[in-house]
Write a protein that binds this ligand. Structure first.
Ligand code: C2E
Ligand code: MG
Ligand code: MG
Length: 740
């Protein structure tokens, strides 16, 4: 079977091969030249019916006969002398014809001068020898009747064997086209096989066109070979077809059936059961196609027809897998395939833009499915229209979002962002306004990533809390690098926590009026193997997302216990504050474990202070408050950290069992300059007084800030002005110096 990619070539010599020839070849093999001459005279005297004629070939020895036979495969009858060089020369030649040359069609008539050399009947049968004659009995009439009867037999036998060969070809052809699943490869294989079945000569050619029914356009050429070669992909113009071909073609198309004319066989196929396409194959043959070939082509065309239907079916199924059925537009699978199939150049030129409809769930709940569908379609229309100059391709990304592939400069134009982030259109006669969040991702930044990974990044970016209020988000290579770093850091942090490598730094809290140290805040420190420190803001957040925060905080708490012990050994008895995260406070076992540690170390709870940020304290207020109450019950002081940055309601603040409020650093920095910050701090002081909180100011760096806070009535302060966070030895050293 030939590879369908190899260019098609027609057989040049095949036109000779046909059963329809009018000249029959006959061979006489005879070493008695006189008798042979007499035989030739008799042949000349024979006239056949229907303008058929004889061509008589001669040989005078077995070897000569073999050579003639191998050159002329279409000899119909051989008249063979039995006794030549040897007594059984003739029989040996018969054996060669049947078993070596494999010629089973040729008719064999044995002749002999000596009747005693007649072969046994079973030999006659096994070698398929038709007759046995005495040379002396062979009259002209006898010869004529032998010739005409054996010519009929030969014609009949060779027709059958041709048909067998042809059917074998059709079978092979069917097998070869069945493996092709794409319409071009399939039609190419079909044409290729038709060429083989017909043994098409150089002047012949095959053309296959396809089109949608009802589309009044010239159909496209799917494949073209032979004299039609070079038309692939073009519209079929009737100029390339002869008048005879055009007529057959139009007839086949209009009547939806195969049409056979003298030089053209035109096959009509359609895939009505699956889609609305039809295919027409035009076969041009130089020599008139005979009935036998028409028959073969018809048999083959059954296979072709099934093949076209199968491919249409496959395409339809594929289409379904890549289509959102409700919206009748490409779906996320499609988007994924498009991205995965892009080369580097295309990636560099393309952005993936996700348009997320805000409050979609609420809309869907209030207005129903049909409204949402219309919203999506209107949004698609808007996007396609606005981004038209940038060749947008759009697909459903999630139920509340559309994904668009668009050329990479589209979002440099601010007016585009403006018109797409708030869209307005009419649905069922009512004007609707749609707020949309736009995430832009440069695909080149994700060269190493699969489309699925890119989608995951897109989703997690849109879901991140700190992006919720942004209208336009850019996701770039830096984000990807950051993610990789985060992942690596996460792995390292896990190991560091397990190996208890995290340390505690202590930052003193000072009474602003007396300058006495009233305690410390314990802050976690993580030094990596390369000696660099990772900022707590970064690794605390990482530990929270990785589910490591409870482990981390327990570790730090343990170290705080040890620190308190060490201080006690030095005669220092000062409370240490520890930071707890929401995750700790929501976990059932956190309080239990902390309490168990306090018990184990035999430490007075009054030496401990729990800091929880304002934002976290308010989040899931009831549950956290219950937990805080348990700590307070133990005698541990509670302070609300980073106060002023959260959105606490006064009602809740008054209910939290806290004694201390820590004013966030952002209000303290340059306090003497900022009227609004001064105002805020004054408010906080009033609030604290009303609810009986102590106030600590964080982040005091200068004397001016220190003085201003004293003036404002703030008692306690913490900041670089007094000391940076220090490890235990330095802290002890500092403490001694400070007291002096
Ligand atoms: P925080 O609890 O509000 O801690 C105060 C932060 O302000 C510390 O940052 C401290 O080093 C810094 N700071 C103190 N004085 C000054 C100053 O005068 N100027 C400036 N610029 N900064 C000052 P740090 O150590 O980076 O910690 C950041 C945050 O990480 C902490 O804020 C706390 O929320 C969290 N954190 C630290 N350790 C832990 C821990 O063990 N567990 C938990 N859950 N969170 C922790
Ligand atoms: Mg703190
Ligand atoms: Mg703070």
């Amino acid at each position: 079977m030939r590879d369908s990619n190899v260019p098609f070539e027609f057989k040049g010599d095949a036109s000779e091969q046909t059963y329809a020839q009018k000249t029959w070849k006959v061979l006489t093999v005879e070493d008695d030249l006189n008798y042979q001459q007499a035989l030739l005279n008799s042949f000349n005297a024979i006239s056949l019916d229907n303008n058929e004629s004889l061509e008589v070939l001669t040989a005078n020895s077995v070897s000569e006969a073999s050579s003639v036979l191998s050159r002329h495969k279409d000899i119909a009858i051989v008249f063979l002398d039995v006794v030549m060089e040897e007594d059984d020369s003739g029989l040996r030649l018969v054996n060669t014809i049947r078993h070596v040359l494999g010629n089973n069609d040729i008719r064999i008539v044995l002749l002999t001068g000596q009747p005693s050399f007649a072969p046994e009947p079973q030999v006659m049968q096994s070698l398929d020898i038709d007759e046995y004659w005495n040379k002396s009995d062979m009259t002209v009439d006898k010869l004529k009747s032998i010739v005409s009867s054996h010519l009929r037999t030969y014609q009949y036998i060779s027709q059958i064997s041709n048909a067998k060969q042809g059917l074998q070809l059709v079978l092979d052809a069917a097998r070869s086209i069945n493996s092709k699943h794409d319409i071009r490869a399939f039609s190419h294989a079909v044409l290729d096989e038709i060429g083989k079945i017909l043994h098409l000569s150089k002047g012949g050619g095959v053309l296959c066109v396809g089109n949608e029914k009802h589309v009044d356009k010239h159909p496209k050429v799917l494949t073209s070979v032979g004299c039609y070669r070079g038309l692939d992909g073009k519209e079929l113009s009737t100029d390339v077809l002869s008048e005879e071909a055009q007529q057959s073609y139009i007839l086949a198309r209009d009547k939806k059936e195969h049409v056979f004319s003298e030089h053209y066989s035109v096959f009509y196929f359609d895939t009505a059961d699956v889609d609305v396409s039809y295919y027409i194959t035009i076969v041009k043959s130089d020599v008139p196609i005979d009935e036998h070939n028409v028959f073969l082509l018809k048999v083959f065309s059954e296979n072709v027809s099934t093949g076209f239907s199968n491919i249409a079916l496959m395409n339809r199924l594929t289409e379904l897998a890549y289509t959102d059925i409700t919206l009748n537009m490409p779906n996320r699978n499609w988007l994924q395939r498009e991205i995965d199939n892009m080369n580097k150049y295309e990636q560099a030129e393309t952005q993936l833009v996700v348009f997320e409809i805000l409050q979609f769930d609420e809309k869907s709940f209030r207005f129903g499915h049909d409204f949402c569908k219309k919203t999506h379609l209107k949004m698609r229309e808007n996007i396609l229209h606005t981004l038209a100059p940038y060749h947008p391709r759009i697909a459903v990304f999630k139920s509340d979002s559309l994904g668009v592939l668009v050329s990479s400069h589209a979002f440099e134009d601010e007016s585009i962002v403006d018109s797409l982030k708030r869209q307005s259109f009419e649905i069922d006669g009512v004007r609707q306004f749609l707020d949309v969040r736009i995430l832009v991702m440069q695909l080149i930044a994700f060269e190493e990533h699969s489309a699925e990974q890119i989608f995951n990044l897109a989703e997690s970016t849109l879901n991140e809390e700190n992006t919720q209020r942004a209208e336009l988000l850019y996701y770039t290579l830096d984000n990807t690098k950051a993610i990789t770093r985060r992942y690596e850091l996460m792995q390292e942090l896990r190991t560091a926590i397990r190996n208890k490598e995290l340390q505690v730094a202590l930052q003193p809290k000072v009474n602003l009026t007396t300058n006495k140290v009233i305690g410390f805040e314990a802050l976690a420190r993580w030094q990596r193997d390369d000696r660099t420190f990772v900022r707590p803001d970064e690794f605390i957040e990482l530990a929270e997302t990785a589910g490591l925060i409870s482990e981390l905080d327990k570790l730090i708490f343990d170290k705080i216990m040890q620190t308190i012990k060490q201080f006690a050994e030095q005669g220092v008895s000062l409370p240490i504050a520890f930071n707890a995260s929401t995750f700790d406070l929501l976990a059932d076992d956190y309080f239990v474990e902390v309490a168990a540690r306090i018990e184990e170390y035999g430490i007075s709870p009054s030496l401990l202070e729990l800091e929880v940020t304002e934002t976290q304290a308010i989040f899931n207020y009831e549950k956290i408050n219950t937990c805080l109450c348990r700590f307070a019950g133990l005698g541990i002081k509670i302070s609300i950290d980073d106060f002023g940055t959260g959105y606490s309601s006064l009602a809740h603040i008054s209910e939290i069992p806290a004694q201390i409020i820590k004013i966030d650093r952002c209000f303290v920095t340059d306090i003497q300059e900022s009227k609004s910050n001064q105002h805020i701090i004054e408010m906080i002081m009033l609030l604290a007084e009303k609810f009986g909180f102590e106030v600590t100011a964080e982040g005091i760096e200068t004397e001016a800030e220190h003085n201003w806070l004293i003036e404002a009535g703030c008692n306690i302060g913490q900041g670089y002005y007094y000391a940076k966070p220090m490890f235990y030895d330095d802290a002890l050293q500092w403490l001694k110096g400070w007291s002096n």
